[in-house]
Design a protein around this ligand. Structure first.
Ligand code: ADP
Length: 694
């Protein structure tokens, strides 16, 4: 009922009651005492006049004021409702909108009148709105529905995220007749939140990928952020550190050491310091710590830093690398010096080998000095080994490979090993191969490897023991591969702990006292073996000894190609070799040696002659040996190839092998005549050499 009508309805019966009361009072008073009754009648009449004439006017005026105030308040609320940014709504029990404010325009792009009559569920993203219906049911049941996020569709089809607050709507009797509430557009907030989440995830990805421990500590000394490396370092699950005070996370010793630096960083100073730390699983680590203060410059901010970023870099590997690099540089300098010496040494040795070959030819094998010459050659060969070792220090020595019979090599090396091993060590050389084992290898490098293994074994047996070297073979894993040659070197020394065994092939790893070990021996050996297409493994038992096993691919025995054998039978002529050397002395010696093996030799002294002679006798030449000065270079080979010669070439080099083609093989100076001959035979055993034709 309208407030004005209600006032009027109360006014009439009220007046009647008052008038009746006054009239009754006058009648009773008149009956009891006419004198007093007259006065009372007068007063009653005055009251009556006031009641009838004045009171209703006053009452009506108050009523009008109340009605005006009510209308004003209603207008105020209506304005508030209509101008609110949020959607203010009500629905009936079926979910049909019964009221929406003007915010419907901004939120749904629809006029409020067009919304009313449709259902709240229809606005849902999927058009079904099961979740929305659930929300209304809960609200109508009187359950709390605050901040329910629903995704609705606008009139233009775009989506809007709304946070609903809903409550039951009741009639005047308290019966639930629907629901009412508000809905705020949070699309932008959700987009921003998602954007923030995405950029946080990206930041985490980047910081987790960095090989640095990163954390952020606020002014209350609470860790607000720590990347995965930091969590791993502290051996805690990722994400378990953020939000915890620094004093809970760091151990006491670290806190003591870092306390003063943390205070300085929180006071706004950039702090940088190094620290050595014994990590429970990683061992001794060298850390560099940088604390970068986070200064907030806004005028309202407290002076000092709002926190600091801690960057901790594990520099252990870098320091180790630096040390190794210095070592390598030193070794390289030594190597350069050594290879310079080796170069001169090689030239002298080449001349010596040549002289030995000349002496042997001139004196004949029956001469009394033949044995001396033999000894001389053996000594020169050992000197050649020394030169090769010097060259390998400078990493300039390249493999000079030929067919090598492994047991023969081990037996020859055994003589040398007996000289370096003390008498307390018994050397036992055995063969389980049941025949010859051929590998294609640089015999000097293999001997060097064997020597190194034996020296390590000697160091592992200070009070003596047995060093057993066994040559054997291992069947090929499949029919496409050759069997492997096995060279086992076993000692009865002190053995190695598994932690040592795991690192022995690393360069510069040594357990020997300073000055006694470089830690390079096994890494060089592994390099040599791998260059030969093989492997080296080790096993060890503490107190029982160690065993190193070298595996190398075997090759077929070399073919003994002489004019009397294959070539003679194939072509009926002596194989022809063109020998090019600008050193007359060497040329003659090589020619003599080759002629001694019944090769037909054509000598030339320069590259032009070489090309001309090869071109002239193209169909008759079977191989070319080139020794054209200190740097024979690929150019003479290239000229040769351009002339049409595509057959095998033996390139005599001084340690450095230029880039050539697959039909060109190097022969490193100095070499014994026998090495030259086997290299020439090797060259002739190739298909090109056997055919003799390009
Ligand atoms: P170095 O001999 O200069 O230390 P190596 O590379 O030859 O360098 O060897 C590395 C380490 O491997 C040695 O310091 C030693 O600890 C271990 N080692 C090698 N051979 C043996 C062995 N036969 N017995 C026990 N330990 C060995």
């Amino acid at each position: 009922m309208e407030p004005l009508g209600r006032t009027r309805a109360l006014l009439i019966p009220g007046l009647i009651v008052i008038v009746v009361t006054v009239v009754m009072s006058i009648v009773i008073a008149q009956a009891m005492n006419p004198n007093i009754g007259l006065g009372v009648v007068g007063a009653g009449l005055v009251c009556l006049v006031w009641i009838v004439m004045v009171a209703p006017g006053g009452l009506l005026a108050r009523e009008r004021r109340a009605v005006a105030a009510l209308a004003q308040s209603e207008r105020r609320y209506r304005t508030l409702v209509q101008t609110a940014q949020d959607l203010i709504w009500s629905v009936d029990a079926s979910g049909e909108w019964t009221f929406v404010n003007d915010a419907a325009r901004a939120i749904y792009g629809l006029e409020p009148e067009t919304v009313i009559g449709t259902t709240l569920m229809e606005r849902a993203e999927d058009g079904k709105g099961e979740g929305d219906a659930q929300m209304l049911i809960r609200a109508m049941r009187g359950e709390p529905c605050i901040g329910q996020v629903r995704r609705h569709r606008r009139a233009d089809g775009s989506l809007v995220d709304l946070a609903f607050n809903a409550a039951a709507l009741r009639d005047s009797d308290g019966n639930v007749i629907g629901a009412t509430g508000t809905a705020s557009d949070i699309t932008e907030r959700i987009r921003t939140e998602r954007e923030l989440e995405r950029s946080e995830a990206q930041l985490r990805l980047v910081t987790d990928a960095l090989p640095v421990l990163i954390s952020y500590v606020d002014s209350e000394r609470v860790i607000r952020f720590a990347n995965r490396q930091h969590a791993d370092w502290l051996r805690r699950p990722a994400g378990s550190i953020a939000g915890r005070p620094i004093d809970e996370v760091l151990d006491e010793e670290t806190l003591d050491e870092a306390a003063e630096h943390i205070d300085a960083a929180l006071a706004g100073e950039h702090v940088s310091f190094t620290r050595t730390f014994e990590h429970p699983t990683l061992g001794l680590r060298h850390l560099r710590v940088d604390l970068e203060p986070h200064i907030v410059t806004q005028p309202w901010a407290d002076p000092g830093a709002a926190g600091f970023v801690a960057l901790i870099t594990d520099e252990t590997e870098r320091l180790k690398m630096e040390t190794e690099l210095r070592h390598v540089q030193m070794m390289e300098a030594v190597g350069q010096l050594a290879s310079g010496v080796a170069h001169d040494f090689n030239n002298l040795l080449t001349a010596m080998f040549s002289q030995i070959a000349v002496a042997r030819v001139r004196l004949g094998s029956n001469h009394g000095a033949a044995e001396v010459i033999e000894e001389l050659e053996l000594t020169a060969q050992q000197a050649r080994g020394v030169a090769k070792f010097l060259l390998s220090l400078g990493r300039k020595g390249s493999a000079d490979r030929t067919h090598v019979e492994l047991l023969n090599l081990v037996t020859r090396a055994g003589q040398m090993l007996r000289r370096v091993l003390p008498s307390s060590i018994n050397l036992d050389i055995q063969s389980d191969a049941g025949g010859k084992v051929w590998v294609y290898a640089d015999s000097v490098q293999l001997q060097q490897a064997l020597l190194n293994l034996a020296l390590n074994a000697r160091d592992a047996m200070p009070s003596g023991g047995t060093l057993t070297v066994i040559v054997s073979t291992e069947p090929a894993p499949d029919e496409h591969r050759n069997p492997s040659a096995l060279l086992s070197v076993a000692d009865t020394g002190h053995g190695m702990e598994p932690e040592v065994l795991a690192h022995i092939f690393e360069p510069f790893f040594t357990t020997k006292p300073k000055g006694q070990g470089t830690g390079l021996g096994l890494s060089i050996i592994r390099g040599i073996i791998e260059e030969h297409g093989g492997t080296i493994t080790a096993r060890s038992i503490i107190g029982r000894g160690s065993e190193f096993t070298v595996r190398l691919p075997t090759v077929k025995p070399p073919q003994e190609l002489t004019p009397d054998s294959e070539h003679a039978s194939n072509s009926g002529e002596r194989p022809t070799v063109v020998l090019a050397s600008n050193n007359r002395h060497i040329r003659e010696i090589l020619a003599t040696a080759l002629a001694g093996e019944r090769f037909s030799v054509t000598q030339v002294s320069n590259a032009e002659d070489l090309v001309r002679r090869v071109r002239e006798g193209l169909t008759r030449v079977h191989g070319v040996v080139v020794d054209l000065g200190p740097v024979p270079g690929a150019s003479s080979i290239a000229d040769l190839r351009r002339s049409g010669w595509l057959g095998p070439v033996l390139l005599v080099t001084d340690g450095h092998t230029p880039e050539t083609d697959p039909c060109t093989r190097p022969l490193h100076k100095p070499f014994a005549v026998t090495t030259l001959l086997s290299a020439v035979r090797e060259m002739m055993s190739t298909p090109q050499g056997r055919g003799g034709l390009p």
